[in-house]
Structures are given as structure tokens and as C-alpha cells.
Design a protein around this ligand. Structure first.
Ligand SMILES: Cc1ncc(COP(=O)(O)O)c(C=O)c1O
Length: 478
């Protein structure tokens, strides 16, 4: 087992005098940088708290708090009686990826989760006005409130996929829909084809179902290469299911055109593979609307949607669209854990969908401006990075000049900027040369974020930790 002495780690950490307080956070930040860039190799046992405190002339409580922060953030693990060991956050089996606190003054560029528009409180006011109509009944609707199922079905029909309310199951967000679909349609040990990269929590849900993941490499610059790879994998492996995002794929932004959907649907049909199609971003087209849903190109596929990105994640309203028979199976599985969704939120969702066309028009306009700001800032401040303009969705998938996204995450933390490392979006530890950046924030915050990102990139470029005595970074604008 590799260990590092207190003296050696203290040398690597250096002087913390010029760092922004609190001291324990600065110490944790330096250690993160050392783990991220490999100077403290993964699995190394960190020195005992008392010894490190003495070597750094800090109090033991400071070191204890720094180790606790490292453990909380996944940069260290504690083994009972054996000590504290360097680790990497967001490894392949780390579990679901959930937003951390957003009230600590940092800018959150890790999550692509927009704040709520004014239509959300208005929709809740409308929901409360409707509520008395429901109170005399028991309020349990296992597949969803009939009015909401009808509205969701109408939107599918308008998008080119004729749908009845019986074909809709309302869920507690898209992830609940995806997880329910995996539990219902794929058995333990069966194969699930995914794009690589993909949405991390779907990978986690698949693993939790005991499914074996079959990743297929996707580069938005070469969409046909992915189609070729997917066709090959479907032909040779015949996976039971596929988890796909043809509409503004998260994180690459790739859109599969109508001809590509034909090809994909044909390959799925030949392989007997059912697709679970995550359409969380489908309505967030920014240039031209997406083609009709993949399920309109082939029978039996399951579509999953959500109001989280079009309105607000805090609503926890999503859905699954499938054949009515499949919806009955999905409902039976969902009921085991949730019984039914909350009535008030579903009434609010009805009100939001009634005004969705106008609201989405405004949201798209806002996102176009923000996409342009983030792209422009990155191109001028970080010209060595490769960034493509996605035709929709909420994020840019940046190519870095070298594998450095983990080191960037660690460096950015010290500047008050929260990032998600590229490897989070894949299986294994690949994709360290990629970084996903959302353009969900207002322009001034995006500019502040890129300015902090450029500082973090300079730290990484010029040898990890910022030089001792460097001026403390300005407080981020939030
Ligand atoms: C592709 C994708 N699917 C599903 C989700 C989860 O959505 P929800 O909040 O509706 O569960 C997200 C959220 O980031 C996502 O990006």
C-alpha cells in the first residue's frame, strides 16, 4: 500500500497563508489538486491527522475538517481502523450524481438545471384554484392525473407520434421514468446499449438493475460514425435494450436527423432491441425543431420526457410514453415504490403545458443568447479549447487541449467554480479531455464563470496549485 509521509505531503501542499479562508477548505483544495494531477496517487494512505497538523503547523481540528471535506466530496475514503485514502470522485460505481448545495457562493457549472421561470408560481396558483375539485376523491392516480396524461399525449401527437392518454405514465421526473423502464424491460445480466458519453444517472440506474452496459462511442462531429458503431453493436451483440438520446444528446448536443432515425429504427428492429429514448431535451431545439420522436420510426420503443429542463427540476414531473400494454407493466413497477404522484404538482404541470408553446418560445430565445455568450467567451478566453455549437439542449461539450478535466475540477473549486469532470459521463475513466459546460445561467454569470475557468486552466497549465502568495481570487458573482 502506498503511503505519503506528513512531511512529504506538507511540502507538496506548501504555504496556505495567502489562501482565501477558511484554512481547512484551502488545505482540502490543495490536496484535491495533488490527487487530481497524480502527485498523490490514487489509493495512497494520507498521513494521520495529528502528524499532518504538526508538519503544517495547523491545528488538528483544521486537518480533521479538511479530511472530512475531502471524504464528503469523494476525493478521499476512510477505511475503519486503516486510515484515509486518496480517491477520485465520480468513479464508475459511485452512485447517482445529485446536485450539491448551491448556496455557498460558488458558481455551479456542474449541473444543467435552469432556475424556475415566473410561469411556475403562476401555475401553482392555478393548481390551488383547481384543487377543491379533487379533494372529495381519494387523490390516488397510479398512472397519473387523467388531465395531465391527456395533455402529454396531445403533445406527442402534435410532434408527429399519435398517442392516447392510456399510453402515458406520469413519473417523478425523467430519471424515475428511465429507471422504471430499465426495471420493467431489461433483466439482470442482459445487455443495454448506450451512447458513450451519456447521462451519468441513467448509467447508475442501469447498473442498479444489474444490467451489463454496452457503450458505443459518440462524437457529435461525426454522427454517422456513431450510427455505424451502433448498427454493428446491435447486429453482433443483439442487446435486450438501448438507452438513447437522439434529441440534443446530453452531453454532446448531437441531433439524429430523420434519415439517421430510419437507420437506427431499422437496426433496432433487426436486433429485436427495445429503445428507451430519453427526450428530456427534445423540446429545447434552438435552430430547427427535432424530427418526430424515434418511437414514430419503429414499433415498441419507449419515450421518456420531463418538465425539468423546459420548466423546473423542482417540479419532479416526468413521464413515459409507450404502448398501452407496456404502460400497464410500467405502472405496476412504479406503483411498488411511489403509489401515485402528487396532485398539486400534476395540476401545475397541466397549467404549464397549456401555456407551453409561448413559454418555450421565450426560453429558446433566452437560451440562444446564453449559448452565444458562453461560446463567445470560451473562444476568446480559452482559444485552445475545441467547442462546437449544439443545435439545441443546454450544454457545450468542450474538447480540452490535454486530459485535464479532473485537475480543472479541483483547481476551479478553489476559485469558487463548480464543474463536472468529463469521465463522469462515461463508463471507466475515459473522457478526461472533455468538459461539459451548461449555458443555463444569465450572461453576466456565464462571463464570470469563464473568467474563473480561465484562471483554473492557467493553474493546471502552469503546474497545478496556484503559486504561494498569489492574490486570493475575487469573490464570484452570484
Ligand atoms: C438526459 C437527462 N435525462 C434525465 C434527467 C433527469 O431529469 P429529471 O429531473 O426529470 O429526473 C436529466 C437531468 O439532468 C438529463 O440530463
Amino acid at each position: 500500500m502506498e503511503t505519503t509521509s506528513a512531511r512529504r505531503l506538507a511540502e507538496l501542499v506548501g504555504d496556505l497563508a495567502g489562501e482565501r479562508p477558511p484554512r481547512y477548505a484551502a488545505l482540502a483544495q490543495r490536496v484535491r489538486m495533488l490527487v487530481a494531477d497524480g502527485r498523490v496517487p490514487l489509493g495512497t494512505r494520507l498521513p494521520a491527522e495529528r502528524e499532518l497538523a504538526a508538519a503544517l503547523t495547523l491545528s488538528r481540528a483544521t486537518v480533521t475538517a479538511a479530511y472530512a471535506r475531502l471524504r464528503d466530496d469523494g476525493w478521499a475514503t476512510a477505511r475503519q481502523g486503516a486510515g484515509t485514502f486518496a480517491a477520485l470522485p465520480a468513479g464508475p460505481h459511485r452512485g447517482a450524481w445529485v446536485p450539491g448545495p448551491v448556496d455557498d457562493g460558488s458558481i455551479d457549472m456542474a449541473h444543467a438545471a435552469p432556475s424556475a421561470p415566473a410561469s411556475v408560481p403562476a401555475a401553482f396558483a392555478a393548481a390551488l384554484a383547481e384543487l377543491p375539485r379533487h379533494l372529495p376523491q381519494h387523490g390516488y392516480h397510479p398512472a397519473g392525473l387523467p388531465d395531465l396524461r391527456a395533455r402529454i399525449a396531445e403533445r406527442y401527437t402534435a410532434r408527429g407520434l399519435p398517442t392516447t392518454p392510456e399510453q402515458i405514465l406520469v413519473t417523478a421526473g425523467a430519471l424515475h421514468g428511465v429507471a422504471t423502464a430499465f426495471q420493467t424491460l431489461v433483466r439482470r445480466g442482459q445487455r443495454l446499449l448506450t451512447e458513450q458519453p451519456t447521462y451519468p444517472n441513467a448509467l447508475d440506474a442501469a447498473r442498479a438493475s444489474g444490467v451489463r452496459i454496452l457503450p458505443t462511442a459518440l462524437d457529435a462531429a461525426e454522427p454517422d460514425a456513431w450510427l455505424d458503431a451502433a448498427e454493428r453493436a446491435l447486429r453482433t451483440v443483439r442487446p435486450a435494450a438501448a438507452y438513447l438520446m437522439p434529441d440534443f444528446h446530453n452531453p454532446t448536443g448531437r441531433l439524429v436527423d430523420a434519415a439517421g432515425r430510419e437507420r437506427l429504427a431499422a437496426a433496432l428492429r433487426r436486433a429485436g432491441t427495445v429503445a428507451v429514448v430519453d427526450e428530456t431535451f427534445a423540446e429545447l431545439w434552438l435552430d430547427t425543431p427535432a424530427p418526430p420522436p424515434l418511437a414514430s420510426f419503429g414499433e415498441g420503443h419507449v419515450s421518456v420526457g420531463s418538465l425539468s429542463k423546459t420548466f423546473w427540476g423542482g417540479l419532479r414531473i416526468g413521464w413515459v410514453r409507450a404502448e398501452a400494454e407496456t404502460v400497464r407493466h410500467l405502472t405496476a413497477v412504479a406503483v411498488r415504490s411511489t403509489m401515485a404522484g402528487p396532485v398539486v404538482e400534476q395540476l401545475a404541470a397541466c397549467a404549464l403545458l397549456d401555456g407551453a408553446d409561448a413559454a418555450l418560445g421565450e426560453l429558446r430565445q433566452q437560451l440562444r443568447e446564453r449559448r452565444a455568450v458562453l461560446l463567445g467567451e470560451l473562444r476568446s478566453r480559452l482559444p485552445a479549447w475545441r467547442v462546437r455549437e449544439p443545435a439545441g439542449g443546454l450544454v457545450l461539450w468542450c474538447g480540452l487541449p490535454s486530459p485535464r478535466s479532473r485537475a480543472l475540477v479541483a483547481a476551479a473549486e478553489g476559485h469558487g467554480l463548480r464543474l463536472a469532470p468529463g469521465p463522469l459521463f462515461g463508463t471507466g475513466h475515459a473522457l478526461d479531455d472533455r468538459l461539459r459546460l451548461p449555458y443555463t445561467h444569465p450572461p453576466e454569470l456565464l462571463r464570470a464563470a469563464v473568467s474563473l475557468l480561465a484562471r483554473a486552466d492557467a493553474d493546471v497549465e502552469h503546474g497545478a496549485a496556484p503559486p504561494d502568495g498569489a492574490p486570493a481570487p475575487a469573490d464570484p458573482v452570484v
